[in-house]
Write a protein that binds this ligand. Structure first.
Ligand SMILES: Cc1cc2nc3c(=O)[nH]c(=O)nc-3n(C[C@H](O)[C@H](O)[C@H](O)COP(=O)(O)OP(=O)(O)OC[C@H]3O[C@@H](n4cnc5c(N)ncnc54)[C@H](O)[C@@H]3O)c2cc1C
Length: 333
């Protein structure tokens, strides 16, 4: 069978989608495009994501000689949530000799957001699960942003209601019928029903478990979670492989777990570790702050960095416009 190249595939995809617009060759998908409805109408839309043209420049390595040389103590490469978080912590601690770089024209990475005439909206990541007690860094951030407004008598955070999103009630259309909830329940064999029950009982046990080191299992971040060998082993096996090993064969259950992984991690259960897959099946919380949906998290972090840091680092940290990766040689002091 003859194989097609990635470039040919993208070109075919572009052609079949009816991509319009100047400069949109097959390999260049980022940018404003029109999806044809096939009946004369056209739906305006946009494909966003990592810019292939910048990526190709990096791959080709054909950059001009550095136009200027900067010295800095710390270089943070990547202005996604992780990079912005690192920059925010530095700036908040009064440390301003750092440079935050991003490949793209704007920071945010996979948690980037946009805005249309109606409202702001997320492109990728859009909510944050209610915080675990171990997530101290995120708590501090949410306090700064006013998302956590205080703490109850038992130390449980009190969230700004406006930032909370109750778990939506979801339903599933299967075999011509609607059912409540996302876990397939219609048309299951007795065996599948038992399997589904066993799976969720295991997930509940996982959630309640405290390891032999006294730490909670499945705490986030993983470093603060129990390091018991059997739990850590879950991080070395894919969720799909783990389910097969544990005898979960129900296609409906496999679909549900895959859906959770795609929804929360943007990738399939075959590529998500069983440790990560176990946190989200079922969803861990009844409510979720959803700052990214209004462009809060990356947007606020970038703004907060610029407010906190000195003018020298703020222009760099916010990365107004394209950051000077290709033409600047960086020297860590
Ligand atoms: C579809 C989808 C939905 C998701 N939904 C959620 C959700 O609702 N809630 C949640 O908590 N998590 C969610 N996640 C996971 C979450 O998006 C990621 O865990 C998180 O955004 C990763 O942040 P990061 O900073 O590590 O990486 P990224 O967001 O990928 O940021 C990396 C940054 O580095 C830049 N970069 C890359 N290469 C270079 C280079 N060579 N030089 C300079 N810069 C470079 C990129 O441009 C980018 O800005 C979702 C993931 C996906 C895919």
């Amino acid at each position: 069978m003859s194989r097609i190249t990635r470039k040919q595939f993208l070109a075919l995809g572009a052609a079949s989608l009816g991509l319009a617009g100047a400069g949109l060759a097959g390999g260049e998908l980022a940018g404003r495009v029109l999806f044809s409805t096939g009946e004369g109408g056209a739906v305006p839309g946009e494909l966003v994501g990592a810019s292939s043209s910048i990526g190709h420049r990096l791959r080709g390595g054909t950059f001009a000689a550095p136009g200027d040389i900067r010295r800095t103590d710390v270089v943070i490469v990547g202005g996604g949530v992780a990079g912005l978080g690192a920059g925010y912590r530095l700036a908040r601690a009064g440390y301003d000799d750092f440079l935050l770089l991003d490949l793209e024209a704007a920071p945010g990475g996979n948690a980037a957001s946009g805005r249309n005439e109606v409202c702001a909206f997320p492109w990728g990541a859009h909510y944050v699960p209610l915080l675990t007690q171990e997530a101290k860094a995120v708590r501090a951030l949410f306090e700064d942003f006013g998302i956590i407004t205080g703490y109850g008598p038992t130390g449980v955070p009190v969230y700004d209601e406006y930032a909370l999103c109750a778990d939506p009630t979801e339903r599933l259309y299967r075999y011509g019928r609607w059912q409540d909830g996302l876990v397939p329940a219609i048309g299951l064999t007795a065996e599948e029903e038992a399997e589904t029950g066993r799976f969720f009982a295991t997930m509940r046990d996982f959630r309640r478990r405290v390891g032999s080191d006294g730490r909670r299992a499945f705490a986030i971040p993983l470093d603060l979670s129990s390091q018991d060998a059997d739990l850590m082993a879950l991080d070395a096996i894919a969720m799909t492989a783990w389910m097969e090993r544990e005898g979960y064969r129900s296609p409906g259950l496999a679909w549900y777990v895959d859906y959770c992984c795609r929804d929360d991690y943007g990738t399939r259960s075959k590529d998500v570790s069983a440790w990560a897959g176990s946190i989200i099946s079922p969803p861990a919380t009844a409510g979720r702050p959803m700052p990214a949906s209004r462009g809060w998290s990356p947007g606020r972090k970038a703004t907060a960095i610029s407010r906190t840091a000195s003018p020298r680092s703020s222009a760099r940290a916010c990365g107004h416009g394209r950051l000077p990766l290709p033409s600047t040689q960086l020297v860590a002091a």
